[in-house]
Design a protein around this ligand. Sequence first.
Ligand SMILES: *Cc1c(COP(=O)(O)O)cnc(C)c1O
Length: 463
Amino acid sequence: MSRSAHPAGPRHADVLPEGHYTAPADDLNALDPKVWARTVGRDADGVVTVGGIPVTQLAEEYGTPAYLLDEADFRERARAWRTAFGDDADVFYAGKAFLSRAVVRWLDEEGLNLDVCSGGELATALSAGMPAERIAFHGNNKSPEEIERAVRAGVGRIVLDSFQEIVRVAHIAQSLGKRQRVQIRITVGVEAHTHEFIATAHEDQKFGIPLAGGQAAEAVRRALKLDGLEVIGIHSHIGSQIFDMSGFEVAAHRVVGLLKDIRDEHGVELPEIDLGGGLGIAYTSDDDPREPHEIAKALTEIVTRECEAARLATPRISVEPGRAIVGPTAFTLYEVGTVKPLEGLRTYVSVDGGMSDNIRTALYDAEYSVALASRTSDAEPMLVRVVGKHCESGDIVVKDAFLPGDLAPGDLIAVPATGAYCRSMASNYNHALRPPVVAVRDGAARVVVRRETEEDLLRLDVG
Ligand SMILES: *Cc1c(COP(=O)(O)O)cnc(C)c1O
């Protein structure tokens, strides 16, 4: 099966997660803490609550569909990453997973840095007051305008992705009288996804400069000669939704090998190594993600061991988790519009959103869970497919799941773990109005990204 580009690289998309829902869970009313945000529970009436507020009340106030974001959980996860890596490493939150000005402020307050990969993300970060030196700028085709804006703002690092970009950034920095700190993104020939990784993946993808054929070494050689650049390190990002550390092990081995070659050739020990993001979260009860402190320990040990073997001082490590921080902290609340049993097949449950607010199921065959949220039910489980309201049969939100057999129009259902790559990849397909993001904390809710309106749509259409 071949699919379109994944944000982490083109070849991550077609590896399906293991295990499907073959049988209903023992208790359909239970909310598995693995897949739900930390303050989610049910109140005495059986209504799902987040941050102490029932979803029925949130639906009434903010409408559906809506992304409900557990602010306390977001801050806790961000802090856990920060604490796990300590002061000798840097955690950059990958803004592409979900970025808003509120999120930027939370990250700033919790001591995290921020990755952006477009002028729009950079503008959001700067407008919310993230100090520029804590911003990293990514992307395989940054425009000259974007580069200039980033250099002028004083971003802490630009991650260079091609030979042309090395020259382009050097030129722009020099013409502004600056020396830009940069990392060089290389592709180490490791492809990681979920429980598998391939150590000998072809470097057939748009990101980075291949280690193979001495290209990465040549890139460093050229960058070191340019006055506009201060080369601070090497960057590698190997995949997404990864549970198995062995891909990072091979990647670190290869990156450290390059650092050693650079030391031997130029007498320079580059001070930093960035191992990217891609750490997995639980979308269903079958997934078992690791805790940040385990990941930090594993990555630090790997890099330290490799550097000792190569007789290099251990460089400062940075990581770029996106999904692992924001993914579990939000869920999407929908209202059921129709329930259509297809004899001998399954029951189609149509909700008031769909592929415009969650494209991951259609794009990556992603798996999600779902729960009846506005009440509990003791009815027998029924096999359902949760679909949206778009004019497209691939408009699926949850492919296979069980919901109570008495599900009816007007019920609210919730799809957990939609904090990452849902609002940030949302579209206006069928002129859908993109849902709001409502942050909930300690019994208070506030809109951090408001719902789009028809006026918003029509304002862009100049007639
Ligand atoms: C996408 C991406 C990330 C974040 O990936 P997650 O799976 O959200 O952790 C980090 N770094 C780079 C370079 C990326 O492209």
